[in-house]
Every structure is written in C-alpha cells, then in structure tokens.
Design a binder for this molecule. Structure first.
Ligand SMILES: Cc1ncc(COP(=O)(O)O)c(C=O)c1O
Length: 402
C-alpha cells in the first residue's frame, strides 16, 4: 500500500515501502552475515538498519556522484554545516552554531574518542541498562569502569532508577552515556527526566554524552528533547551525537554530526580525532547527508507513518497468535523490545524456538547486557511482507501453541 503525503504546497506525494528488495549479495551485515553463519533460508529482523531503500533524492544524488568517477578526498564545506543546522532546528527546534558541529564518521567512534579524551583510565562511566552494547563496550575497551544503572520496569514501562543513579554518581562518575531515545527499551526521555539527569551531572560534575541517533523516530504522544537545549549550564557539559544513519538508512556511508557547544570540550574532541587519524568524510557521505537533510522531509513523514502501521500490525499479530508475549510499548525507535519470559527466560530456549525452528534472526536480550534475559529485540523497519513472514514463522513454531 502506498503512503500518501500532502506537501506544504498542497501536492500529493506517494511512497511505496511494501516493495521487498533482496539484500543478499550486498555484503549486508544483517542479511549476508546471517546467511553465512545460519543459512540463507532465515529471515532477518535483527540489526538496526532498515530494509527499505534510502529516499529517492538521496539515491539520485549518490548515483550522480558515482557517475562522476573521481572519488578523491572530500571535505565538509559550508553547505554541510548549514544542512545540519537546518535539520537540528527543524527536527528538534535546537539552534546550533556552525562551530559546534564536528564531523565524525560513526557515533561509536565519537563515543570512544570522547571517553579517551575526557576521562582517565579507571574512571567510572555510567549507562542505563539493558542497553545497546557497542556504546557500553566503548567504556571497557578503553579501560574505564562501566557503571550500569539498571532501569526499572514499572507497569510495563522502563524508568530510570534515580536513587540508584544518584548513589552511583556519588561514588564518582565522570561521564554519563545517555541513549536518547533508548535502544533497546524504546523510551523517549521526558523533559523532567532529562532535567533530573542534567541536575545530577551538574551536582556531581559529570559530562553528558547523549547518543541521539534514533531521535527521528518518535511515536505519537512523545517528543524528543535534546538535553543540551534545557539550559546553558547543561549545554556546557554536553556532547550531542547525531546522525542521518538510522533516519535515512545511510549507516555505511559513515557520517555523524557531533555537536559540542563547549569550546574546550570541542577542541579536546577534535584533537582526539586527529590522534586517531580520523579526518576526511567519504566521497558519498556529505552529498547524501545534504540531500537527506534538505529534500526528504515528505519521505520521512511517510516512512514514520509506515513504521507506526508496522508496530500496530505486529502488536495485533502477537496478541492474536502469541498472546503470552508482552511488547514494551515503544515511545521511539523502530525496534520492539519484547518480553518472552512466558516462553522462557533462558536464551537457549528462545534460540531453539526462534532461530532453530522458526528460522528467524532477532537480537536476543542478553546481547544488551544485564536485564535483557527473557527478552528479544525485533526490528520492524522493513516491508510489511517481511515482518508478516517472520511473525508467521515464529507463530508456527511457538512453544506455547495449544
Ligand atoms: C544507540 C545507538 N548508537 C549508535 C549506533 C551505531 O552508530 P554508528 O554506526 O554511527 O556508530 C546504533 C546502531 O544501532 C545505536 O542503536
């Protein structure tokens, strides 16, 4: 079914996200990686990229650049900074100065460099768990101490345990890694929660590194707030990591915008990038970002509608065919965090059902660290036919089938 969008000028635009494009043979980490290790009869609902092509304006721009044929060194010029500033303003009503924006290929690289340059070996870095592990691993890989503050599941919704967080901050945390919105639990932090986090970081003198990579997927009734917007005092100790990677499906073009209002912090980060030998962006990344941030608003609105319908479809399907599973209501992201503990809390049982019998690849809860036992994460940013087939397979092998 086509998603129809009325533009500001009153024109109707249609986008078809139902079309299935095979990703086998494209070196896809999600599909080819799965085929290599588990077989090509599997269906992938795992890695957090989308099974829909990037917006037509981006694809056209990349093709145009590809045809140029000379793939020499690239730099970000004023049009890049303007595109980022425009997006921050339009999407999050955050006015960003040009100087605050620092290009870095990947968010995980930026987090790692920030840990290296803004903390010392042995310092504590706090994160709310269960959580997307590459961000947490950046802490331990750099010989810092990972301090997990477990979230609490209250009436089906994850909440930060502020008493626990404060206790840990009191013990001497130097940096808080905030995942905003949160992967995998799908929370969109409220202004009040962000203010409390900001206050704690001021009181205990910790830096805030906010990973906002999922911020363009916010569901009805919720609003993304960039933590640095809350006050100048908070902005001065914040680094906001943004990227078009998830939003426009550009992950492997490698472009992230790290926004740092504080000059000293920014210079330290830039120095860290130089030390790591990270400088020019790839040839395709800047034009792709510019096209995405300046001419794909309608496409994104249509995609957000499609994802919302995928969530509704998945909820209905699970309620009908696997009613013991509990979907944590997602406030943001295109990922569903599903409590399968009615089937088993043991990952091996879930693997036996979903991977071995149903032949579906999902992300298992334990891969998100402590608190993930008995859960799976399902990526629903795909044509509905793929979701439908994956769920049907899971339902047909469902261990609680009567
Ligand atoms: C919260 C979060 N941060 C960062 C990343 C990866 O970002 P990058 O590819 O820019 O390193 C992901 C990808 O799944 C993510 O979910």
């Amino acid at each position: 079914m086509n998603e129809r969008i009325t533009t500001k000028e009153g024109d109707i635009m249609t986008f078809n996200f139902d079309h299935i494009v095979s990703r086998f043979g494209t070196n896809s980490a999600k599909w080819d990686g799965m085929a290599q290790s588990l077989g090509s009869d599997m269906i992938a609902l795992s890695v957090a990229d989308m099974d829909v092509p990037a917006p037509p304006a981006v694809v056209d721009k990349v093709c145009e650049m590809a045809r140029h044929g000379i793939y020499g060194y690239t730099d970000p010029f004023p049009t890049y900074y303007e595109a980022v500033r425009q997006w921050m303003d339009q999407a999050y009503q955050w006015k960003v100065e040009r100087d605050w924006i620092v290009y870095c290929p990947r968010i995980i690289q930026a987090v790692s460099v920030l840990i290296q340059k803004c903390t010392e070996a042995g310092d504590r870095v706090l994160i709310h768990s269960p959580v997307y592990q590459p961000v947490a691993k950046a802490v331990t890989l750099n010989d810092r101490v990972l301090t997990e503050s477990p979230m609490q599941l209250v009436n089906g919704r994850y909440e930060i345990d502020f008493a626990d967080m404060e206790q840990r901050m009191r013990e001497g945390v130097k940096m808080v890694l905030l995942i905003s919105p949160h992967n995998p639990v799908g929370r969109v932090w409220t202004r009040e929660e962000l203010e409390r986090i900001g206050r704690l970081c001021i009181e205990y003198d910790a830096l805030i590194v906010s990973d906002d990579i999922h911020a363009d997927f916010i569901h009805q009734g919720h609003e993304h707030t960039v933590i640095a917007k809350l006050s100048e005092e908070i902005a001065e100790r914040s680094v906001i990591c943004t990227s078009p990677g998830k939003t426009f499906n550009l992950a492997s073009l490698e472009i992230a915008n790290i926004i740092i209002p504080n000059r000293d912090l920014r210079e330290r980060f830039k120095q860290g990038l130089l030390q790591a030998g990270i400088h020019n962006p790839t040839f395709f990344s800047v034009p792709a970002l510019e096209a995405a941030y300046t001419s794909c608003e309608e496409w994104l609105t249509a995609l957000q509608g499609y994802i919302k319908d995928n969530i509704t479809f998945t909820k209905q399907y699970i309620a009908e065919h696997m009613p013991e599973l509990k979907i944590i209501e997602p406030e943001g992201t295109y990922l569903l965090w599903i409590d399968c503990s009615a089937v088993s809390r043991r990952e091996s049982d879930l693997v036996d059902w979903i991977q071995e019998k149903a032949r579906v690849s999902v992300s298992y809860g334990t891969s998100f660290g402590s608190g993930g036992e008995g859960f799976i994460r399902v990526n629903i940013a795909a044509p509905r036919g793929i979701i439908q087939e994956g769920l049907a397979r899971m339902a047909s092998a469902y261990p609680l089938n009567r």
